[in-house]
Design a protein around this ligand. Structure first.
Ligand SMILES: CC(C)(COP(=O)(O)OP(=O)(O)OC[C@H]1O[C@@H](n2cnc3c(N)ncnc32)[C@H](O)[C@@H]1OP(=O)(O)O)[C@@H](O)C(=O)NCCC(=O)NCCS
Length: 184
């Protein structure tokens, strides 16, 4: 269920030109698993291990619902009509008040249509509307497409942090990341 096309959006639901963005509910787990979370290619450069069974996705949804309850924001699933295409989010940085982090992943069938940029721009606007002070993101240093999405969304390259994050689907080594941020 991707939300509806008529009337006023329920609280917590965001709309862009083409997408509906909303918090996950337990009924979304199977689609999340099938669309991107279990796909080795889609998850290759993510900071979390690919899901090997749908119960992992169910656990993720329950953690995400807890995050929403605690912070009033979190993962936003992206829908095109009733079809799940991917996920973005706005995550509160508990160590730095006023800072939020974003990221995104799309099912492979939906790459190359500008959806990540559209969703990322919506997260920037949403952070601004919430009164957040700064939005940040990082990507693997070799991830040209993701860097491009962040730049097109207005985030500013802060530099490369060497050996900063483990990308578990690549291996156990720390990898270099490109860091981006935008003051709001
Ligand atoms: C990265 C990802 C989110 C991009 O989504 P998308 O909807 O295809 O992105 P967009 O269409 O909004 O924009 C992609 C931009 O990167 C560019 N791009 C794509 N692949 C590229 C490549 N290999 N080299 C250089 N640029 C590339 C596109 O041309 C486009 O820029 P342009 O509009 O200036 O031409 C998508 O490929 C994905 O979900 N990948 C798997 C998950 C992932 O890695 N997430 C990011 C973790 S940091």
């Amino acid at each position: 269920m991707g939300g509806t096309d008529q009337g006023v959006a329920p609280a917590g639901v965001l709309r862009t030109a083409r997408l509906v963005l909303r918090a996950p509910v337990p009924e979304d787990a199977a689609a999340i698993y099938a669309t991107y979370a279990s796909d080795p290619e889609a998850t290759r450069l993510m900071g979390w291990p690919r899901h090997e069974q749908v119960s992992t996705t169910e656990w993720f949804v329950s953690m995400s619902m807890h995050e929403w309850k605690t912070y009033g924001t979190g993962t936003h699933l992206m829908f095109l009509g009733d079809t799940l295409v991917g996920s973005t989010g706005l995550h509160v940085d508990t160590k730095t008040p006023g800072e939020v982090a974003t990221g995104y992943i799309l099912g492979r069938a939906f790459w190359g249509h500008g959806f990540a940029t559209e969703a990322c721009r919506a997260m920037v606007e949403h952070a601004r509307a919430r009164g957040d002070r700064r939005i940040g993101a990082y990507c693997h240093a070799d991830h040209t497409a993701s860097a491009r999405v962040l730049e097109k969304s207005g985030l500013v390259f802060q530099g490369v942090r060497p050996r900063y994050v483990v990308f578990p689907n690549l291996g156990p080594e720390l990898a270099d990341v490109r860091v981006y941020a935008l003051g709001l």
